[in-house]
Design a protein around this ligand. Sequence first.
Ligand code: GAR
Length: 214
Amino acid sequence: MTLRLAILASGRGSNLQAILDAIAAGTLDAQVVGVFSDQPAAQALHRVPAPLRWARRVKDFANREAFDAALADAIAAVTPDWIVCAGYMRILGAAFVERFPARILNIHPSLLPKYKGLHTHQRAIDAGDDEHGASVHLVNAELDGGAVLAQSRVPVLPGDDAESLAARVLQVEHPLYVEVLRMLASGRLVEQDGLPLLDGHPAYTPLRLEFAHS
Ligand code: GAR
């Protein structure tokens, strides 16, 4: 089944580019049906043709809920199978999440449940962790709190700072997100009642996937 993907992005869009590259290479059976942003200047928008772009500023709406409602309407209009947050840096409100039950994915730069929220790389360094990584999870109303589908680990190396560690994590984020989407497209991974089923069995712990990194 060709997955219809609505991508939410606030910035650079390197995860979006990894998804686009996999589609172009024929290794992911999916179609990006729209890129949606709260940042009209986001680089991510320019990775797709203009008709696929939607961007609005929150401050142009009466409140956050009104922005979320406009965003949700625009997304619903392109009938996606999955809403894929790829560096979307705004919290999705409860009404938005409830409108697309268990149809929203996010990639988060930590080994959830560790380090929900921001500054994950610095927090891993400050805690003295020797490993760190990225997680792909279902989005629910709790920040970074939905079921984790898959994770990929990287070491924290002596001398790392937040920037060097973020760069290492990003190297595994790209193949991790693509691989999860591939498993969803093939039907190996399905969502049932907010929990992932892998090959027909409940996945009680996140899949651990390994990818090359420097
Ligand atoms: C990625 O590292 C992603 O995990 C992170 O933002 C970066 C976006 O990069 N997301 C979050 O922190 C979400 N809370 P990209 O725009 O190049 O894909």
